[in-house]
Design a binder for this molecule. Structure first.
Ligand code: LLP
Length: 455
């Protein structure tokens, strides 16, 4: 077996976010793509397409990289937690739990998926800028740590926690004045963000919280953005958070946790060069170690909340190529059997991806094609002007890096059912999400009697 060179200039097994393909990717003697010991085109034939594939080894290696780097570089306690908005399922929850990570949920759905997947409530945090009473009640009942985003959360908690009951353990989210747009960042006083308390409001809310016996403030939280390649914004974030930590402790809050959010980027295309997980953790840990020692304060438990960098590169989506349209001098469209309903990122963010033909991933590229989805929307394009070997209808195409924010953001646009998802490991493939059927999409439709015609 050879390496997947065209997509892998420097495969980094210890930091899967730095590779386009899953870490177990190989090419077999028949020049076929193999992941997790499974020939991927065989899975396409067995389970149908489109098909989400997740490589278990890649997810576990990413979890281990976060855990071991924190243990290596941070002098205090630590807990990496998985931002499950990236991809929420029972199996991923179970992997996260067995690797000793915690989890971030933002809805009842993500919360019950985490609990049923084996996570303990105390290792889960609940986020959200508009949590419902029901979500907060569920979190409180399960000892989930609640990230207070605004005064509305506080009001609802007041009505939930019994007067003689245990106070809810909460963390406070604030906007740190660091704004990140992937490759650029700015520092501002006020941020136009719907999430968290404005820095100007921080002192007031910390004082208010001292008067409320129904909550116990145990942590602070901030998150600056996603798919970030720079390290400096997070170093600056540590500085801002240590100031907030000092203030909270000065006001008498027993703050032990500092959650610096997620955001580490991944490699979608060859020119992407994100830092390794180890390096990201190293600079953050060192900044916090030294800031705490300079300020002469005890080290908090360091939490971080990666989503994309834990799961994205474990994923490949498999499509079958169908129709072809050549527009001479303009473009060649190859249409596949999925598109913006299973991967809304290209149409939403103009995100770029890498892909290959499953049964000739190494072959010389011969033409530039635009891979279009099957939805009724001209912008439903997954890859634009992408170089591929010659292909024909019925060939399978694999798109890499789809483990994060694909299934979790999928839709039924055009009443297209969601694909199945399969996890691969050591030559075994197991279904972890059943394929939706068109009939499933009718399950919640009702036809009141007056619409029923007899003829
Ligand atoms: N923590 C909080 C509070 C967040 O809002 C997020 C992501 C994360 C952690 C995880 O960030 P990550 O490590 O995945 O960068 N749908 C977009 C991404 C939205 C991210 C939202 N928040 C996309 O597909 O690119």
């Amino acid at each position: 077996m050879s390496q997947l060179k065209p997509y892998e200039n420097h495969r980094d097994i210890s930091s899967p976010n730095r590779n386009i393909a899953p870490i177990t990717t190989e090419i077999n003697e028949n020049n076929q793509l193999v992941v997790g010991g499974c020939v991927i085109s065989d899975l396409a034939k067995r389970y149908g397409t489109p098909l989400y594939i997740l490589d278990e080894a890649t997810i576990r290696a990413s979890c281990k990289a976060y855990k071991s780097s924190l243990e290596k570089y941070y002098k205090g306690d630590s807990l990496p937690i998985y931002a499950s908005k990236a991809n929420s399922s029972l199996v991923i929850s179970s992997i996260i739990s067995s690797e000793g990570l915690g989890l971030d949920a933002v809805s009842e759905g993500e919360l019950i998926t985490a609990l049923k997947g084996g996570l303990k409530g105390e290792n889960i945090v609940l986020h959200g800028n508009n949590k419902s009473k029901h979500e907060l009640q569920l979190a409180y009942n399960n000892k989930v740590k609640i990230i207070i985003d605004n005064y509305h959360d506080i009001e609802i908690l007041k009505s939930i926690v019994p007067s003689e009951g245990t106070a809810a353990e909460v963390m406070l989210r604030f906007t740190p004045g660091i704004e990140c747009h992937t490759h650029e960042y700015i520092r501002t006083g006020h941020l136009d963000s719907k999430f968290g308390f404005d820095p100007e409001e921080l002192e007031k809310v910390l004082i208010d919280l001292k008067n409320y016996s129904f909550v116990r403030l145990i942590g602070l939280h901030a998150h600056i953005g996603s798919q970030i390649f720079e390290l400096q914004p997070h170093i600056d974030l540590v500085g801002v958070m240590v100031e907030a930590l000092k203030l909270a402790r000065k006001l008498g809050h027993p703050v032990s946790d500092l959650n610096i959010g997620g955001g580490l980027g991944i490699k979608y295309i060859n020119s992407d060069d994100p830092p390794s997980i180890e390096n990201w953790i190293k600079v953050i840990s060192e900044a916090l170690n030294s800031s705490c020692s300079e300020n002469n304060i005890s080290l908090p438990r360091l939490m971080c909340e990666p989503g994309r960098s834990l799961v994205a590169t474990s994923g490949i989506t498999i499509y079958e190529i169908g129709s072809r349209k050549d527009i001479p001098g303009v473009r060649t469209y190859l249409s596949v059997d999925g598109g913006m309903s299973d991967n809304p990122r290209p149409i939403t963010y103009q995100s770029e991806y890498s892909a290959c033909l499953l049964d000739k991933p190494f072959s010389k590229t011969e033409e530039k094609v635009t891979i279009a989805g099957k939805h009724c929307e001209s912008g439903d394009v997954l890859l634009k002007d992408f170089a591929l070997p010659k292909s024909k209808s019925g060939d399978f195409l694999g798109v890499f890096g789809t483990g994060a924010y694909n299934f979790s953001m999928s839709s039924n646009y055009n009443r297209i059912p969601r694909p199945a998802a399969v996890i691969v490991s050591n030559g075994h493939a197991e279904i972890i999400q059943r394929r939706e059927l068109s009939e499933d999409l009718l399950r919640y439709d009702l036809l009141p009697d007056r619409f029923i015609t007899n003829d």
